[in-house]
Write a protein that binds this ligand. Sequence first.
Ligand SMILES: [Zn+2]
Length: 309
Amino acid sequence: MKKAIGIDLGGTYIKGALIDEQGNIVVKEQIPTLRELGSESILERIAELVRHLAQLSEVPMTSIAGVGIGIPGFIDERLGMAVEVINIGWKQVRVREPLEKILQLPIFMDNDANAAALGEAWVGAGRGTNSAICVTLGTGVGGGIVFNQKIWSGTNHMGGELGHFVMDPDGAPCNCGRKGCLETFASATGILRMASEGIENGVPTSLSSVELSTKEIFDAAAAGDELAETVVTKAAEMLGRGLAMAADLINPEIIIIGGGVAKAGDGLFVPLRKAFIRYALPRVVEVVRIVPALLGNDAGVVGAGKLTF
Ligand SMILES: [Zn+2]
């Protein structure tokens, strides 16, 4: 049986796993990215990690179908290039060609949110479904659309970028250069910003601006804190509206929500489902489940590995 290696390139760590065709992780490892050493060094470290995973699992390189890499930025599949990766400081970095040369294995790549979406849809919360929308609520809001266990990448790998739905054209500035994107409301960054603004504006609250975390905000909202409730309601409302638009377009079986903010559980999912039902078409609502992701940090490496099969 063929094996594959999935790599999840992050700003701090490079995670890797060797997986089988059923999506089971045989071994996994992570190493620091050390982005300050530059792109060539990062590619060498990825190659080292690939060899190390093969050694650990005692799988000969010839039994490995390929290496899939999830890259946290914009990519050009055709050129095998990372066009821009802000977290790592990459611009126009060739990834496929140098790695294929070093490793003598086929290299596949996609955006990291797409890789995580594929992992979740394949063997995580979406196992057995044919159409899934996957959302990661972290520093930003990543999205991916999966049909029949294949990512819908779009024409130039921009498919599924629902984090940049413009929800309020007069809203806060977004990393993409526009204003009021879904990401500015529903990411951890957005939630923290809304809470800090409330504190600055003197809204009565038990929250203090020191060491504010999204967990603290969700806990305070559950305890009835007025500002925290307002912030959580706004985040869930915007996310529910954004997902309703996406769901009206795709008519999926499942919507999977992962990332740090999703750890809030019912504190997020209850108001989110309410908002979703308010905005999505009733026949779309009838058939879709909105569920938490299951694979956690492994979604990215499993989905990246799946790219090779
Ligand atoms: Zn944006």
